[in-house]
Write a protein that binds this ligand. Sequence first.
Ligand code: NAP
Ligand code: G4F
Length: 334
Amino acid sequence: MPKALITGITGQDGSYLTEFLLAKGYEVHGIVRRSSSIARERIDHVRVDEHHPSARLFLHYGDLADSSSLGNVLAEVQPDEVYNLAAQSHVRVSFDNPEYTADVTGLGALRVLEAVRRVVPKSRFYQASSSEMFGGVQNEAQSESTPFHPRSPYAVAKVYAYWQTVNYREAYGMHASNGILFNHESPRRGESFVTRKVTLAAARIKMGLQDTLFLGNLDSRRDWGFAGDYVEAMWMMLQQEKADDFVIATGETHSIRELLDVAFGRLDLDWKAYVKIDPRYFRPSEVDFLLGDPSKARKAFGWTPKVTFKQLIEMMTDADLKLAERELRAKSRA
Ligand code: NAP
Ligand code: G4F
């Protein structure tokens, strides 16, 4: 049975990748960090008693800031594939916590790479690289050959991790690949990213639980896909004979205003009556335009996205409406 180790298993992508790999017959191990309250909702539904003979999902304490924990877990698990998804992944927050972001998102990747090189050098490695690395103003589709121009501490850290991954491939012959993923979302997306913030607010407004939605820049454009489609691309990359770097995107770009149209429109609401601009949500430097060209991945291993932008936002809005209905029921019982 193949074994995979996932850092960031409790995050959006970690949870979808866990489901995907378990369905493929993998034994899945995840690194979780200690926190004062346990936040594992995204994987609770797939967790069974780790001591049960049929268990195939195991969690280990570790942290990307702690090399010893990474080496110890790798030595214990001996994985065939390592997916490095852990990060301080919020761009706005990276301006407030630049050094921490550099440590976890940048150096953290180096710590995982170095532990893999020392402990399980034959293991295949996936680095969660980001379209934020392209950053600076461009008006055409971004591909593997587009130069990087990072515009936040987060993006700078991701560029560092990207090049460390390339370097470990070239210097040590490791099977190490970068997935340069454009924004991908789902009902499990963190509530402070713009898609989820919008779909949750639209649903709560519909249920009378909220009356205003404060947002920042409505003019930026993103290439938004569905996280469930994107984790398949991560796995496909590691099944290639040769490691390489691939853009994963839909090839379509949409503005925040279009996102608002679809989410509020789904609930027969006009967003203009509820949205207010709050300067706190603007960034010191913005990435105005992201549009990915995924043709290299399509040619190399046949990956294409299945869920459209409209389907994605409607899926998220419907899921958040259920949550809002539950919240309202709980309130009226209290
Ligand atoms: P996410 O939901 O924010 O999940 C991040 C994960 O990293 C969580 O499991 C978190 O654990 C863990 N983590 C944070 N700091 C850690 C540390 N010091 N040690 C160990 N684990 C730590 O992010 P996501 O959307 O799933 O994204 C997955 C990866 O892809 C990230 O590296 C992100 O930067 C990158 N990426 C995401 C997108 C996107 O659109 N989603 C696009 C391109 C690249 P807790 O649960 O304990 O917080
Ligand atoms: O949803 P966002 O916070 O995502 P962002 O900054 O594009 O980063 C996400 O995607 C990256 C891939 O390109 C990942 F690497 C990264 O880890 C993360 O998952 O913001 C999207 C856009 C920005 O232009 C932002 O300025 O939405 C704009 N926006 C407008 N109002 C807002 C808000 N973003 C947030 N989070 N909150 C607002 O109120």
